[in-house]
Design a protein around this ligand. Sequence first.
Ligand code: SDX
Length: 423
Amino acid sequence: MSENSITITDNRSGRSATAPIEHGVFPSAMVRELDKGLFMYDPAFLSTASCASSITDLDGANGILRYRGYPIEQLAEQSTFLEVAYLLIHGELPDKAEHEQWVHDITFHTYIHENIGSFMRGFNHDAHPMGMMVSVMAALSTFYPEAKDIDDTQNRLIQITRVIAKIPTIAAFTYRHSVGLPREYPVNHLDYTANFLRMMWAVADPNHEPDPVLAKALDVLLILHADHEQNCSTTTMRTVGSAQADPFIAVAAATCGLYGPLHGGANEQVINMLHEIGSIDEVPAYVERVKRGEVLLQGFGHRVYKNFDPRATIIKKTADEVFAVTGTNPLLDIALKLEEVALKDSYFIDRKLYPNVDFYSGLIYEAMGFPMDFFTVLFAIGRAPGWLAHWVELINDPEQKIYRPRQAYIGTEARDYVDIDAR
Ligand code: SDX
């Protein structure tokens, strides 16, 4: 019996099972070996590894994040979002020819069918852009029925290209709809992120080009959001993908998961919180409310990172570059004070609560002019390649099947139906 193994004994039968511990996990099959009717109880999957993946490596204890082995700090510094998207999906950085082809393919798939534009006109002006994004992404599956052929690798790549290419167009169109502006269509002479900013902000200016510092800053933010192993939305992508739904439907479902305020919706909640606090002087009182359990410290805490989120460190640096162009966000001082107070307070230290990716990103987005309800849409643009990379990995994984966990039934025992007059 190697020391790198685990033995479980079922005391009811006295039987034991031993299995190797590899990559920090042991196979649940050993439990079934003991008793086919026995299941591990793990609400919210706190201690469950749902798959084997080679895409992203998180080391929560040491604040390490790597995409396909490359440290996030190096990718943020030296790569581009489209190149990182290629890396996540294909597993290797592209060479020059591959990169050129990839950029060309994405560039030439940025348009969406005009009928989708008409479909979008049906939303109220104040419809939340995430609700619009989810609806339009799901609607895309009706325009590309061939996407259901998920086993054809070439077909998969075309659909992946469409999602990555079109999601900024959809995002920008939701914004233009909300402010009653005509849509600004994609152009082919700008790079991915600059093209998106142009679709957002160009008004009556065919030559509009975004500030290169802001375009670069947003590209870095998209890189930082591109993947994060088995987070809630990626698990949703894998769950829906495991039923062999097409990628547009699976991305729409993942976007639903991201919308939640405990997940991607937190960046919007952070700004709401900072506005609610209102001034540096009010920070201590708010922290006391958090400690009384009345409110969450939005943008703090993480299921995996227990000392710092490496992305928050990079975002803080990026914020300085953005504020140098846009002027600082008055909420920044409140955020910095909040971080200073929280990081010294045993309530947060004991619970290992530190700023996560969402704590500062909203400040940058607000300074760049994005409305608050749009922040999570920006998260979705960034996370789309990660979702798609996991979808492909799931399809290619011989160990994967349709996700169908069991439960511990704690409900009422069998009983007979009672007629309504006798109840
Ligand atoms: C993202 O999973 C990912 O990788 C996600 C993500 C990604 O890239 O995909 O990193 C993106 O979603 C980042 C997280 C964004 N969410 C927020 O910032 C919302 C605020 N954070 C919390 O809701 C919370 O920290 C979570 C949801 C992020 C993590 O929750 P966990 O792991 O389930 O931890 P928990 O709720 O069990 O908290 C442990 C303790 C509890 O206190 P006790 O019951 O032990 O007394 O810490 C407390 C919690 O009450 N706590 C907080 C808190 N977060 C946890 N208390 C105050 N404020 C907080 N933010």
